[in-house]
Design a protein around this ligand. Structure first.
Ligand code: AMP
Length: 202
């Protein structure tokens, strides 16, 4: 069996678009490594690190944490983890982060193969996220601190103001592929799988 070329992709989309769910599928099915800055920040908060404590309130409000912090987290992973490809989930979220990612990949001799924009309308996002919170509570756990209506409004605003310009940025670089994120999880997984498979063959 010949070794597969690692494929690195970004899952781009507003909160609730299904980035984490689809990233988990790719991890399972393709042995890729998910790099979720949201998960890394929540882990830092839960373990009570100084940085975690510093960002906890910003995250709970639904605002973005500083570029410097998240770029540092990604740099650490890219320079230490060996993978059959990375899935960037929730990173980059600003143009400065996108530039930094480009530089980091170049420095580590890696490529960015596709940016997959998951398109979902706002009503679906709000109901998905509020359901996620209700399900977590029903299962005896606690909802994410930012999975409430007020924080969600800010998170969506942050997305449209700071992250959606990345759609144009990656389109101009010839990397953007947009898919319908409204279908069933399996259907969306097929669309993403096709893009990843094509990138693997390229
Ligand atoms: P997520 O789990 O991706 O929805 O991220 C949860 C929260 O973590 C966001 O609302 C931000 O406060 C913070 N966060 C995650 N990733 C980033 C990023 N790339 N840049 C800035 N803030 C981030």
């Amino acid at each position: 069996m010949t070794a597969k070329t690692p494929v690195n992709i970004i899952l781009l989309g507003p909160p609730g678009a299904g980035k984490g769910t689809q990233a988990a599928r790719l991890v399972e099915e393709r042995n890729m490594v998910q790099l979720s800055t949201g998960d890394m920040l929540r882990a830092a908060k839960d373990s009570g690190t100084e940085m975690g404590n510093r960002v906890a309130e910003v995250m709970a409000r639904g605002e973005l944490v500083t570029d410097e912090i998240v770029i540092g987290l990604i740099e650490e992973q890219l320079t230490t983890v060996n993978a059959d490809g990375f899935i960037f989930d929730g990173f980059p979220r600003t143009l400065a982060q996108a530039d930094a990612l480009g530089e980091l990949l170049e420095k580590t001799g890696q490529s960015l193969d596709a940016v997959i924009e998951m398109q979902v309308n706002d009503e679906v996002l709000v109901s998905r996220i509020l359901n996620r919170a209700a399900e977590a509570v029903a299962a005896g756990g606690t909802a994410r601190a930012d999975d409430n209506e007020e924080s969600l409004k800010l998170r969506l605003m942050e997305y449209y103001k700071k992250t959606s310009p990345l759609i144009g940025y990656y389109h101009a670089k010839g990397k953007l592929q947009s898919i319908d994120g409204l279908g069933q999880i399996d259907e969306v997984a097929v669309s993403i799988g096709d893009i990843v498979a094509k990138a693997t063959e390229a």
